[in-house]
Design a protein around this ligand. Structure first.
Ligand SMILES: [Zn+2]
Ligand SMILES: [Zn+2]
Length: 335
């Protein structure tokens, strides 16, 4: 039997044939980055490789790093390995890393969105199944309870909620991670309902999307919210940790919601004291995870972050050879 193409080292997931890491969590010489979320793309590596589609958002987050960018499917020889990147459907530029060496193909999918309903995230390229001998998958929502509703349904709900709040003169706040979820929300809302605000951290990221031809509705400057009257009828999309300029005013009632796969958990919304919870995720749900593994046509799977044990059991029952990698991935605020 030939050696594994990827192994776990203290710095991260390592490919000995190419002497590089994928999404390392400690500083390394050569890092292949699946996507720009902070648990996967860390600062301080000497060289970065990412998908060309994701270079702008990576730079918006990390500044000017030494970066090589590959077009989808373009192959690059690194040491004795051939590396190519393929869309993961998660956020703009999110890639699956295909590694070919020693007569084997491994695919590290990073975070991905794949839907058995043919849904896709309109702010990025759709997940593309890649055949391989070993598929390394996340399991953020690796429990059978996670089954996403249709995007159209979620956005109908969100738009109706905003419309009703606006008609009452109230503000609507959607909690959303700045990179990925904020743009997904913006792409789905009916912007004619009222003014839209995003947190300043999302503005540079929105610009990187515009550079890639991803059309998003125009947003208004955040500082306008210092005047509480600007809140009337507005939709504010911001990460939950964002300092909220509306906290100390009484002039306008603020309705708060959150957009995340975690909102499918009964009680999560109530515990957070939210008016609404929208089930919107950039990760595969349970049927999506199983379908992605099926589509890779692989005899072997390695599960990284999330609910590994349950997914491993389900895949082992289908006759796949299963393992796990203990990683530093998984930022629950991003679901
Ligand atoms: Zn991610
Ligand atoms: Zn992640």
């Amino acid at each position: 039997m030939s050696a594994d193409l990827v192994v776990r080292r203290p710095q991260g997931l390592y490919c000995p044939a190419g002497d590089f890491y994928v999404d390392p969590w400690r500083k390394v010489e050569r890092a292949v980055i699946t996507h720009a979320h902070s648990d996967h793309a860390r600062a301080g590596h000497a060289h970065y490789l990412c998908a060309r589609r994701g270079a702008g958002v990576l730079r918006a987050r990390l500044g000017h790093v030494d970066l090589t960018a590959l077009e989808w499917g373009e192959a690059l020889a690194i040491g004795d390995a051939r590396v190519s990147l393929h869309p993961a459907g998660h956020i703009l530029g999110a890639a699956q890393v295909r590694i070919e060496a020693q007569g084997q193909v491994w695919v590290l999918a990073g975070d991905y969105f794949f839907s058995t309903h043919g849904e896709r995230n309109p702010t990025c390229d759709a997940f593309e199944p890649v055949r391989c001998d070993c598929f390394v998958t996340e399991a953020t929502f690796g429990l059978p309870i996670y089954r996403w509703p249709r995007h159209a349904e979620v956005f109908d709900d969100m738009n109706r909620w905003w419309q009703a709040n606006a008609a009452a003169g109230d503000a609507s706040v959607v909690g959303a991670y700045s990179l990925g979820k904020t743009q997904h929300v913006l792409a789905g809302i009916e912007a004619s309902i009222g003014p839209v605000y995003v947190h300043p951290t999302a503005e540079a990221i929105n610009a990187a999307h515009a550079d890639e031809g991803i059309a998003l509705p125009a947003t208004r400057p955040w500082r306008e919210l210092e005047d509480a009257r600007s809140l009337r009828g507005a939709l504010v999309v911001a990460p939950p940790s964002a300092s909220a300029p509306w906290r100390w005013q009484r002039a306008v009632r603020v309705r708060e919601s959150f957009a995340s796969g975690w909102m499918q958990l009964h009680g999560a919304r109530h515990r957070a004291g939210l008016d609404r919870g929208f089930v919107l995720s950039d990760h595969a749900d349970w049927p999506g995870l199983l379908a992605a593994v099926d589509a890779a046509r692989c005899p072997r799977v390695i599960v990284t972050h999330g609910d590994e044990a349950v997914l491993v059991r389900a895949l082992a029952e289908k006759g796949l050879e299963c393992g796990t990698f203990r990683t530093a991935f998984g930022d629950t605020s991003e679901g």
